[in-house]
Design a protein around this ligand. Structure first.
Ligand code: NAD
Length: 297
């Protein structure tokens, strides 16, 4: 029987379990806070930010909502980040990507105080992750580790294959898989758009993470019998329904389900975990910044 890994349920248990750390902070008079900065009028980005704010409210994190006109000069964004860096009441800072073309996303990530960089994308935090001393694990790969753990799968000594080499998913995922730590110790292969014979690589995987952004590119034939399959992709494809589209992953779910030992659905798999792990990092940030030892799930 293939296990369907329920990302909504695992995310809910992370949120529930964060209450221990939030109570520990509360006992010291501290309420964790996350500042979200949106410099975009893209409806998808607006939705992502409002979901993050709702998530914060649900667990008792203060959400500070900052919007900057996308036509404004980049200096307005940098000044805002400087103010948030200096503000002792702000524990985490998240600038919703992408920023407008006239602003450098790399420079923006560098401007955020690494101690408040709850996305974990500042070069200092990337370096710490690679060195095996992560301060904040990036939310999507960290959430994937929790999903794999929830399925009772131990990655130690296994073949892990990651499809995609982005800075936010593929690269940090591969780095976590090779760490000498629980959720790591896997022999890891990273595939990308120039990989020859992708199917030959994915068929080797005991644990397969698909993060290419190509609708249903991994089908059942590309999966080893019994593999754990984690589908990160969120792709809009035309559909004959009211909305005119539906969301599909990078994995062809029906055929993959026939072969996988465990698999995440889209939606309801990785997406909710990415959101939950942002809350986790924000609570961790509050503990670090106020010098309170917190017990995290
Ligand atoms: P990206 O576009 O930055 O990177 C895609 C990667 O896939 C690239 O490294 C590229 O080399 C590789 N790739 C593209 N086509 C390929 C092919 N045919 N064969 C092999 N490799 C190929 O994407 P990203 O930001 O990492 O996101 C990937 C997908 O995951 C997207 O669908 C995105 O929407 C989704 N995503 C979901 C979450 C979530 O929380 N569920 C979070 C982040 C991204």
């Amino acid at each position: 029987m293939t296990e369907i890994i329920d990302g909504d349920a695992v995310a809910q248990s992370i949120r529930d379990d964060l209450s221990t750390a939030i109570d520990q902070l509360d006992a010291e008079g501290i309420r964790p806070s996350l500042a979200t900065v949106l410099m975009s009028d893209d409806p998808a980005s607006e939705t992502y930010v409002s979901m993050k704010q709702d998530d914060c409210a649900e667990v008792g994190i203060e959400a500070i909502d900052i919007e900057i006109d996308p036509d404004a000069d980049g200096s307005e964004l940098y000044d805002t980040i400087d103010d948030l860096n200096a503000d002792g009441n702000v524990d985490g800072i998240l600038v919703q990507m992408p920023v407008p073309d006239h602003v450098s996303d790399r420079e923006v990530l560098r401007a955020i105080d690494p101690e408040k960089d709850v996305d974990g994308f500042h070069p200092e935090n990337v370096g710490r992750l690679v060195a095996g001393d992560a301060r904040y694990k990036p939310c999507t790969p960290h959430g994937i580790q929790k999903l794999i753990e929830s399925a009772g799968v131990d990655t130690e000594g296994k073949e892990a294959v990651v499809v995609g080499r982005s800075d936010i998913v593929g690269k940090p995922m591969a780095n976590l898989f090779i760490q000498k730590a629980p959720g790591g110790n896997a022999t890891t292969t990273v595939c990308h758009s120039r990989t020859e014979d992708l199917a030959a690589k994915t068929r080797e995987a005991d644990v397969l993470v698909a993060a290419a952004g190509v609708p249903e590119m991994i089908d059942g034939d590309m999966i080893q019998e019994g593999a754990t399959v984690i589908d990160v992709g969120i792709n809009r494809v035309d559909a004959d329904n009211e909305k005119g589209y539906e969301l599909v992953g990078d994995v062809a779910y029906e055929s993959a389900k026939e072969r996988a030992g465990a698999i995440t659905p889209v939606p309801g798999g990785v997406g909710p975990m990415t959101r939950a792990m942002l809350l986790y990092n924000t609570v961790k940030a509050a503990g670090l910044q106020h010098g309170v030892a917190v017990d995290l799930p």
